[in-house]
Design a binder for this molecule. Sequence first.
Ligand code: AKG
Ligand code: FE2
Length: 325
Amino acid sequence: MITTTPDTTRVAAITTGLDRLRRSLHTAEDGVPRHLDEPPWEPGFVADLPRAGVGSLRMAEFDYTSAELHGRAGLTDDLAMAGPVELLTARGAQALRTICRDLKPWAVHNDYVVSHRLRNVEAVSPFVRAMVRDPAFLRNASRLVGVPLIPHPLRNAGVQINYYAPPADGAAPAVAKWHLDGMNYVFTMTLSDHAEHTGGDYVYYRGHPRDFDINREKITAMGASHPEVHAAPFQHVGDTMFTRGSRVYHAVTPVSRGDRITLAVSLFCPLLGTQDENRFWHSAPDDGLLRTLGNWRRLRRAVRRPATYCRREGIPVIPSAGRSE
Ligand SMILES: O=C(O)CCC(=O)C(=O)O
Ligand SMILES: [Fe+2]
């Protein structure tokens, strides 16, 4: 029997199958003004990565076997989660928070995965575009994971702002439903102090997605009281968690007080491009069929010719990655 909990951490899981096709039959709007007033990016906003002491979980702790891991000979790629860590200085994180707050009026409501969010942030924020191309920012992200990482060719899903607030009267609360991302390398930067909101926890299932799928009903019903569901330790503005989003089921619980904003930055490993787990039908419900077709072509091209992609996009030479431990 499934026991439900009286707490407020219950979140549904995303739908699949034909529902994705139905949700894809729209044209996404593109209404953000191109030149909002924002402070310029400064290279000095990149924080120093700690040499040691960053919490981490390996894929084996999520019951993955070595045969299932990403990577290739000479390039181990088995980090499941890490953090919290600061990728930006306090000044950098405050500047980013202001920018993301100012962009809120252009966020779109969609109950597919994340209820309220703005996609393709690189297209509307020169600050964010410069941040994800900053050589030191990319070097730190790469060192944390242990593989070289660059901006993701799927621009719509690459950098997104997620907004969580208590529901307006009668509306469903803003959440992230239980899901796997299309992206392998996701850095979730919180732009709110935890004390500013109640609820809004990033929760994840510490186990294999196969087991999540078998026990989906029980896990979604129990929420945070399920023994394998844990909350990521976000506390302060700027705290960042790495998650192998495509392999770790996660969700965000409803906010009942205050508000929470996160910036989700997904990166791409040009050496392991063929292992990218994005699927056409994962992003079509958010972006519409037409836009997804174009995005998809660009992703396939970048997988085939990563050096050409970097040159064309002005992405700095791939930083070398030695894992920091
Ligand atoms: O906002 C968060 O904390 C996580 C959102 C998320 O899972 C996503 O953007 O895919
Ligand atoms: Fe996600």
